[in-house]
Design a protein around this ligand. Sequence first.
Ligand code: ZN
Length: 678
Amino acid sequence: MRSFFKVLLACLFLTAAVWAQEKDQPKKPADVRFSPELLDKTIDPCTDFFAYSCSKWQAQNPIPADRSSWGRFNELQEQGEYIVHDILEKAAVERAGRTPAEQKIGDYYASCMNETAIEKSGTAPLDPDLKSVAGLKSKADLTGEITRLHRKGVNAVFSFGSGSDFKNASQIIAELDQGGLSLPDREYYFKDDAKSVELRQKYVAHVQKMFELLGDTPAKAAAEAKVVMNVETGLAKGALDPTSRRDPQKIYHKLSNQELAGLAPNFNWNTYFDGVAAPHFDSLNVVEPDFVKQMQAVIDSVSLEDWKTYLRWHVVHDNAAILPAAFVNEDFDFFGKTLTGAKQLRTRWKRCVEYTTNDLGEAVGQIYVERTFGPDSKTRMLAMVNALEKALGQDIQNLPWMGDDTRKQALVKLAAITNRIGYPDKWRDYSALEITRGDAFGNSQRANQHDLQRRLNKIGKSLDKRDWPYPPMTVNASYNPNQNNITFPAGILQPPFFDNQVDDAMNFGAIGAAIGHELTHGFDDEGSQFDADGNLRDWWTADDKKKFEDRTSCIKDEYGNFTAVDDLKLNGKLTLGENTADNGGLRIAYMALMNTLAGKDTAPIDGFTAQQRFFLGFGNIWCQHRTPERTRMLVTVDPHSPARFRVNGTVTNMPEFREAFHCPAKAKMVSENACRVW
Ligand SMILES: [Zn+2]
């Protein structure tokens, strides 16, 4: 359930009066719990289990105007937002005795909320960057300018950071990756269907408007927008698509610094690495060498004037969220309305909560955890994880297609998985980050710089498994193949996922299936290429690998035939890992429930057997819907299938579902050739 979306890093806009008047409140935990009232009894669960589980919920919970999708996850996220809002409002009150963390999160949030100051500053905060870009004298100056902009969080040309060495996962190395694009993925620059062509036209029109807001004439801005499109298209040519980026072999190229210099000889890498203050290193992972070659080709072929235009665009675009309302609204018009189908900008306080969380997540998270997460939650969750791990162990022991050598290795890997529940053991240190009240723009840039430094400081060091990828209020969960661990933050350990007031069946169908999903990621088409220590190493016999691939092909073909929107089918290869995890996860959660219920009296509740309630719990957490625009975008970039197929595709492959609901053999939710990997 890893989220892949690049979120804006700074704050946006609306009047303080608006949020003060706002009456809406999030649903209480009791209201997001499963209720039999939500089931659509006019629909046969054997025909369309998703509609049976969720059509009434969808009718009662339309997508809010300021969203492009809405679901059970979002209801839970919204509860968290209100809690964080309260934390930030209190921290924002200037008083003696605020802790350093309260000062930072409170003043960051207050600065973000201070629209009057932001409006008054206008574009002045951009001036130093715009002046610096305008002052470039030759292409040799590009290295220094890109260095300077990267330190402020501007996404210019490529990206640089750190990550585990795939073949020596306990070691952190430097990582150079593609970057510098503004549309969600390379395909957006090349697809030639009518919708894609229209979207590019709208994007160019948007870039033009942003230049006009900077004071350029319409004619000049129009020419500049074409230049931006041209440079980004050139960079996109070298970029890898999201499906290829799921293949670890395609994104791991450990090169010496000299080899990197050979790919882009006119870019002064030493100046760059020194400039961003990276620790010394001799080799790094060049994620996509072809991108670096292409980047050099674009640097050579594009004029200095056009490079200035491209960099100027990224300065304004990447900072749009903390600029005056005219910029925020124009940015939303394209990236919100056109791209995702949202109708209305989110209320300012919600955006400021989001930006504060993005930049100071663990400082906020520490207070959030003190308020919401007790030790008993952790104990109960660990017991469930243990039950799921035991079930996956039984599953691996009994798989009919796997030979003993591979089986042994798979069990070693399973036993080595570590579990991170609730919140990190070590909190991020923000003490070196200066947050100044009234300086929303500066706060955002300094936070970006601080975070880049944090990532770069890891280079050459051992992996610290105490580092979490996201703050504890996140409603999500993940598996990390380089660390062979699962992470379940406090944010998701609440109803309807995890609920101490419902029966085991419901919990195993909800959070149990989510735990099973993350564990199965260790054994999907991507995760299975990493060993127990997180190293990219093949531990499969050739014969078993072939059988594994035959089985994953079944899932790839099944989901590749689902239609996401209009005539657009799902990408079976892009979504293969997530679909494998959904199928394996639900199966082992079911096994774990059966182990738990063995010998216990399980009378029906609300007229449903424990087996039925397990599937009802699963259907319930996936209730959601999206705008057609968002679905179209996600089909290209999201490795997850839309909720309808996460539910229907998965239950169709489970004979246990058929038994639970007594479905006839010819029913739609019964597959003659059910796919099964794990
Ligand atoms: Zn997943």
